[in-house]
Ligand binder design. Structure first.
Ligand code: DX5
Ligand code: ZN
Length: 246
């Protein structure tokens, strides 16, 4: 697998001190910040949008290259992923990770007049994200088979291929849920086919569950409650990294 990338989810940080939480976490050894964007429609919870990302972005140095330290990894749990690409690029998002389910769901096409159509194919959306200067990630919920990804990952058009796959290890919507080991065969299969692909796992990752995820081949590790709930977040980040890098 590629080297470990530890991406604390700021969903579990103190939202009243979000800028400081971001800079502190990077100083404690985090590689990326995982930024959970929820619209109350794709998932039964709401967080914040591009204006907040703009404000917290200034607390962390921009990455110098793809996948670099300080990457803002925006996990878009939203029904209309195409609609918000430009706003998030302007806000300082580096990696725009949309959900496969939202990109293919025709019921999401009822966007207000004058906005870009919500209905788009994953490969068109990946191209659009790249054209807007961001890396593109594609996420799958627990009920979605990993088989939907092969065509997308094997696309001969490089600009339409994702830079990362996110395998959800909880139902998206809330921090602090239990890790679903049932999702790990997806990671194993992805890693077997794509030895160099960044594979992210998100939900219930901690010192207790990291070994299973690392053994399956995950290298991008999201952890919210395990990092922000710890007395020593830096120590948790270090242990997660060691489990992946061996
Ligand atoms: C859940 C979010 C996660 C969440 C993870 O919908 O996508 O990023 O913050 O939180 P923990 O690590 O506490 O499960
Ligand atoms: Zn997330």
């Amino acid at each position: 697998s590629p080297p470990a990338i530890i991406a604390p989810s700021i969903l579990s940080a103190d939202f009243a001190e979000l800028g400081k939480a971001c800079s502190d976490t990077i100083a404690q050894g985090a590689d990326w910040l995982h930024v959970d964007i929820m619209d109350g429609h794709f998932v039964p919870n709401m967080t914040f949008g591009a204006p907040v990302v703009t404000k917290i972005r200034s607390h962390v140095d921009r990455p110098t290259g793809a996948y670099g330290k300080g990457t803002f990894d925006c996990h878009m749990m939203i029904s209309e992923p195409k609609r918000w690409v430009r706003d998030f690029q302007k806000a300082g998002c580096d990696l725009y990770c949309f959900h496969y389910e939202a990109a293919v769901d025709s019921t999401a096409a009822d966007s207000p007049a004058g906005t870009s159509s919500a209905k788009t194919s994953p490969k068109e959306l990946i191209r659009f994200i790249h054209e807007n200067g961001m890396q593109a990630g594609i996420a799958v919920k627990p009920k979605t088979s990993v088989d939907v990804l092969w065509d997308i990952l094997d696309n001969p058009e490089e600009v339409e291929r994702p830079d990362m796959v996110l395998v959800m290890t909880v139902e998206p919507g809330f921090g602090g849920q239990s890790f679903m080991a049932s999702e790990l065969p997806k990671v194993t299969e992805l890693r077997k086919r794509y030895p160099e692909l960044p594979i992210e796992v998100d939900g219930g990752l901690s010192e207790k569950t990291i070994d299973q995820a690392a053994d399956a081949g995950a290298n991008v590790i999201v952890a919210g409650s395990a990092v922000f709930g710890a007395a020593d977040p830096g120590d948790v980040i270090k242990k997660l990294r060691e489990a992946v890098d061996g």
